[in-house]
Design a binder for this molecule. Structure first.
Ligand SMILES: Cc1cc2nc3c(=O)[nH]c(=O)nc-3n(C[C@H](O)[C@H](O)[C@H](O)COP(=O)(O)O)c2cc1C
Length: 263
């Protein structure tokens, strides 16, 4: 699972010290791996001689650390978090494939519990119109089905359906976004963390997203839609719309005071 190049290893012990599973020991001046681990890659990342590899991964993906070029200043990071907005007005322009790939990479590189990396990212752009139609067709029956259990949602879905039926341009579920990204995983926190990085990366690309809880609820309640998406048995952790904003925000939106306990 982990390969250590004996020629390169100098037995410095940095991998041993940083291995969360204690699976690497320095013996007779060389690092020795004892299976099995969660393949977190810390040993690869920390080695001063680039002596460690994990054959199961694409090692060509590994980049050298370059702080001078890529340093993120704290004030710039906070500025971008504060200026991120939920986007409900989109340009018609599609997101280019390479841009989407970079955005999804931000999700792929996000931490996951036990390094499971089990988020599935489903991107709908070419087939979004077909999916949108399929979903709207299901809304009236679904609203009827849930009206006892969740009357608030049932009323809201009926209201949105009527508005959309009377004016198809008025789409309070999809907001005429050119793309939709779903994250399916058994661990909701893994999915939520990936979603946050995806959103921040989308903003860095000049795009933006909207987390759409209503859409997620509808999809999650429809075995047919989940089958169509290829995730019949995996819960959806996040459903977001994505595209280039057709709106420009000039300042931050105000927030409540932080609820912090200092001790
Ligand atoms: C989990 C989650 C679900 C959301 N679902 C919806 C939704 O279904 N429809 C919608 O218009 N906005 C939705 N939003 C957006 C919130 O309303 C929005 O984040 C909030 O009003 C603050 O605005 P901002 O994101 O621009 O700062 C959702 C946000 C989150 C985090």
């Amino acid at each position: 699972m982990i390969t250590i190049d004996e020629e390169k290893c100098i037995g410095c012990g940095l991998c041993e010290k940083d291995c969360p599973a204690g699976k690497i020991r320095v013996r007779e001046g060389r690092a020795v791996y004892r299976p099995e681990c969660i393949q977190c890659g810390h040993c690869v990342a920390v080695c001063p001689r680039n002596a460690v590899s994990i054959p199961e991964y694409d090692m060509a993906d590994v980049e050298e650390y370059d702080r001078d070029t890529f340093e993120v200043k704290p004030e710039n990071f906070l500025h971008s978090v504060k200026f991120r907005r939920s986007i409900r007005n989109y340009q018609k322009r599609k997101l280019e494939k390479d841009c989407l790939e970079r955005i999804l990479d931000a999700g792929r590189y996000t931490a996951t519990a036990k390094n499971s990396q089990k988020c599935r990212f489903i991107v709908l752009q070419e087939e979004l119109d077909a999916f949108r139609q399929k979903l709207w067709d299901q809304v009236p029956a679904m609203a009827d089905r849930i009206k006892e259990e969740m009357p608030h949602y049932a009323m809201m879905f009926k209201f949105l359906y009527r508005r959309h039926r009377d004016n198809p341009e008025d789409d309070g579920l999809f907001f005429n976004a050119p793309a939709m990204i779903l994250i399916a995983t058994d661990n909701p926190l893994d999915g939520g963390l990936a979603a946050a990085n995806i959103e921040n990366m989308a903003v860095a690309e000049g795009a933006g997203v909207l987390y759409c809880g209503y859409l997620m609820r509808i999809i999650e309640a429809s075995p047919e839609l989940k089958q169509w998406l290829g995730i019949p048995d995996t819960p959806i952790a996040c459903c977001m719309l994505a595209g280039y904003p057709a709106v420009r925000y000039r300042r931050t939106a105000p927030r409540k005071k932080a609820d912090i306990v200092w001790r």
